[in-house]
Design a binder for this molecule. Structure first.
Ligand code: C5P
Length: 401
């Protein structure tokens, strides 16, 4: 499965001759659908020019920590948050030593300290430098911090010696990056997800709706697919493409969404309700366009069915996760909803101008009966992957007693 679509990979290049191999890696990652931001150490620009990486990645290359232009746009903290994964290839002995001691004297080391994403280190150096106890101690230290090492390969080296220290080939690195993003934590499970807004008609040309873009729910669907679940995505009208491997059911109104959910609930293991379901609908939908007049008009609204409440009340109650988009008292309101709708878990997110709806970023705080975790602010794709991991853990815990 191609799991690199929508993945944001920050590729750090440190100064070694193997930097040329990273050109192929960038090309390969981009071909697989990933977005790549390249960060170069000063030394690495002597081996390959930033222009080469800029041309391959289609984005400006970052190299300076305190760069006024960069800090006002994609500054070091935004870059650290942006990255789903940091890959340092090639990683020199010096770069490994700096990381092992928590140094932050350039952009790349600072990013590694500021990011909570996995860091993959792909060493490339002379075999004696690799075997040196100082390097080996630094490597052990970084493994202890959770960094993942790829290689080095054994073979002929650019310096003429033979031994361990060659950078792993780009195709193999890409495969390991692929593996990092796919897992089998939800193999054999049917995950039903609702997403997007609903549209409640007023007359044939007008409707009541909300600002939901569907991006959070679609990212959750993608993450569930990567976790090897069978995914059904029931979605209100949005302008984004559903993930390729989701069974896609488009709907417009809350009533239609409820019908589609109820058809599938018996076979659902996990229900994730990310849709922003309109709370009210018109009692009388005019079958002709309502004409403008000089008078004010009143619309009579009635409550829509609460889809999630009907799911948790059903005899086939699946593991149920809701979302609480709130403008104020986010955690209090989320906890009240968790209990009142009998959900297993709720993801609370603040919404308002520029946050939540229609944005690539989101902030999620997850609550369950006796626990809570703050997933912080990140891209919706990254949050979705963390949310799916959490859901899978809780789901398996619940089902194994
Ligand atoms: O709208 P509210 O904040 O109560 O939404 C909380 C959760 O309930 C969300 O997961 C939403 O998808 C779900 N919901 C629903 N049916 C409704 C309203 C909300 O399933 N009519």
């Amino acid at each position: 499965m191609n799991t690199l679509i929508n993945k944001r990979i920050l590729l750090g290049i440190s100064g070694g001759i193997a930097a040329y191999k990273s050109c192929y890696l960038v090309r390969d990652l981009i071909e697989q659908g990933a977005e790549v931001e390249v960060v170069m150490s000063r030394g690495s620009t002597k081996f390959v020019t930033p222009l080469t990486f800029q041309a391959l990645s289609g984005r400006p290359v970052h190299s300076r920590l305190l760069d006024h232009d960069a800090e006002s746009g994609m500054g070091h903290i935004s870059l650290a948050r942006w990255a789903d994964l940091i890959v340092i290839a090639p990683a020199t002995a010096h770069m490994i030593a700096k990381l092992a001691h928590g140094m932050a004297d350039d952009l790349l080391t600072t990013l590694c300290l500021a990011s909570d994403s996995t860091v993959m280190v792909v060493p490339a150096m002379n075999r004696q430098m690799w075997e040196n106890p100082a390097t080996q101690e630094n490597v052990d230290r970084l493994k202890g911090f959770g960094m993942v090492f790829i290689g080095p390969d054994v073979g002929e080296q650019a310096c003429g010696e033979t031994g361990a220290g060659r950078m792993v080939e780009p195709a193999e690195i890409r495969q390991l990056i692929n593996d990092h993003f796919s897992s089998s934590i939800l193999t054999g499970r049917h995950v039903l997800i609702t997403a997007g807004p609903t549209r409640e008609p007023i007359d044939p040309v007008r409707y009541i709706s909300n600002h939901s873009s569907g991006r959070m729910g679609y990212a959750v669907a993608q993450a569930a697919i990567e976790a090897d679940a069978k995914v059904t995505l029931i979605s209100g009208p949005v302008s984004i493409k559903p993930p390729d491997r989701a069974h896609y059911v488009p709907v417009a109104t809350a009533a239609e969404m409820q019908i589609e959910v109820s058809k599938l609930i018996e076979t659902t293991d996990i229900f994730i309700s990310a849709a922003a379901v309109a709370d009210y609908r018109c009692i009388d939908v005019s079958d002709q366009k309502i004409k403008k007049s000089n008078e004010n008009i009143e619309l009579q609204l009635e409550k829509n069915p609460d889809i999630i409440a009907s799911v948790t009340a059903s005899v086939h109650k699946p593991f149920t996760v809701g979302f609480a988009a709130e403008t104020n008292d986010v955690s209090e309101n989320a906890k009240i909803k968790l209990r009142s709708k009998a959900m297993d878990m709720i993801a609370a997110n603040p919404v308002g101008p520029g946050i939540g709806f229609e944005s690539d970023l989101n902030t999620l705080d997850i609550y369950w009966e006796d626990g809570h975790i703050d997933l912080g602010t990140a891209t919706k794709h990254k949050l979705a992957r963390n949310l799916i991991k959490l859901i899978a853990n809780r789901y398996h815990e619940k089902n194994t007693g």
